[in-house]
Design a protein around this ligand. Structure first.
Ligand code: SR1
Ligand code: MG
Length: 412
């Protein structure tokens, strides 16, 4: 039996051996099965289960390059960050994060609770399933993990220690490039434009100096505003869900950054889900009902986040100046403004850049897909250029519905 005392990238048969050697979960004489189930851009995710169904786990291993492309050379340190953040989030947001069973710094893997009763939220949204508790869960998760890791609540020296532990230069560089730089430049190596929107993007994104200036300001804010421990990649592929349970996974991009990074990402990804629904469902009651649920979700994320944020501030703020009258509402306004800008960046980069989303790429009709892309691009621009005015769920939704109803998007 191998001892797994030197790193190598495991295959399914190795993972079975690894699980037997490292975990006391499985009976010695049981027959174990393993399947690689990862569909993310970076790592390998294996499910291991006992044939009689009595025990199972997830084992996630980091390689030296990203799965999406060998061009991204990455340190395996990301799995340390991910394991450690999962454990911290588990404490800060009980019930909303999977249990970590083992972190192995030799094999660079994290063993965690199997969530096979759950499904990835993005996949469920593509299947048009509703999750009425999601807003409550995601807003509790964001308020607890963001506000409670910030200077508003934490002892400032402890917070700085925590910042050190979560310095994440390589994955931050991916975000700096893919979210903040490449979508605004004619970066032919990795950008991938659809033929129907190419000319529009060249003129209205690459060619808009006002937009590029805002993107530059936002990039420097991302790199310097160490406000809270953000998840850093809170899209709909980072949630496992059932009707009554939500588990937030994959915090490998976590670092101390602007709170709005997480709020903006989840909002943008529900806009992708809206565009997919708009494009693929037949007009009628079912479509109207599903669009209405997504719209309620978008509004609810902003409004419940805001009310829970102010309540948690009231209950947990420790800094003496944080108690100044109206400072809490001023601070929240800045977070919502950042959320709008960052939602805009996410909407634009998933259309122009290398890392696309299935909500849009799976729209088979070319004209419908181009219209969906154009809605994302124009809403994204509005969020960035007019970020100040997005302070309620209604504000976000109105911009989406307004851009989506414009005739120009329908015909050209
Ligand atoms: C090279 S990684 C590409 C994207 O996948 C991740 O989920 C992040 O969103 C990243 O930008
Ligand atoms: Mg991920």
């Amino acid at each position: 039996m191998r001892e797994f005392d030197a790193y190598f990238l495991m295959e399914e048969k190795d993972v079975i051996e690894y699980a037997r050697e490292k975990l006391s979960l499985f009976q010695d004489d049981s027959s174990l099965h393993c399947k690689e189930i990862g569909d993310g851009n970076l790592n390998y995710v294996f499910r291991v289960w006992e044939e009689d169904g009595s025990a199972s786990v997830i084992i996630k291993q980091a390689g030296h390059t990203a799965r999406i492309s060998d061009e991204f050379k990455l340190s395996t340190n990301r799995i340390r960050i991910e394991s450690s953040v999962l454990m911290l989030h588990h404490k800060l947001a009980p019930g909303l994060v999977p249990d970590v069973i083992l972190y192995d710094d030799v094999m660079n893997c994290c063993v965690m609770e199997d969530l096979s009763s759950h499904q990835i939220l993005r996949t469920a949204l593509l299947d048009k399933v509703k999750f009425p508790l999601f807003v409550d869960h995601v807003t509790t998760f964001m308020v607890n993990t963001l506000l409670l890791t910030s200077d508003v609540v934490m002892d400032h020296k402890e917070k700085k220690e925590r910042m050190k532990n979560y310095i994440n230069p390589e994955l931050c560089e991916i975000t700096e490039d893919l979210v903040y730089s490449e979508p605004f430049n004619d970066y032919k190596v990795r950008n991938d434009l659809s033929s129907l929107n190419k000319a529009w993007i060249e003129e209205n994104i690459y060619g808009d100096p006002k937009l590029r200036l805002e993107a530059a300001k936002l990039k420097f804010s991302f790199m310097t505003n160490a406000q809270a421990l953000v998840h850093g990649d809170l899209h709909t592929g980072s949630f496992f869900v059932t009707k009554d349970s939500t588990k937030v996974i994959d915090p490998e991009f976590a670092f101390y950054g602007p709170m709005g990074y997480d709020v903006g990402n989840i909002l943008a990804n529900f806009i992708f889900a809206w565009c997919n629904t708009d494009a693929v469902m037949e007009d009628g009651e079912e479509k109207a009902s599903y669009l209405a649920w997504i719209e309620e979700t978008i509004e609810g994320i902003v409004d419940q986040f805001s009310s829970k944020f102010l309540e948690a501030w009231e209950n947990h703020a420790t800094d003496i100046m944080a108690g100044e009258k109206a400072f809490d509402t001023w601070y929240l306004r800045t977070v919502l403004k950042d959320s709008a800008s960052i939602a805009g960046l996410e909407l634009i980069r998933r259309i122009i850049g290398i890392a696309k989303v299935k909500d849009i790429t799976s729209i088979t009709n070319e004209n419908d897909r181009a219209r969906a892309e154009r809605i994302c691009l124009t809403v994204g621009k509005t969020f960035i250029l007019e970020a100040d005015r997005f302070q309620s769920g209604h504000d976000f939704l109105k911009a989406l519905k307004n851009e989506a109803s414009l005739e120009v998007l329908k015909g050209d």
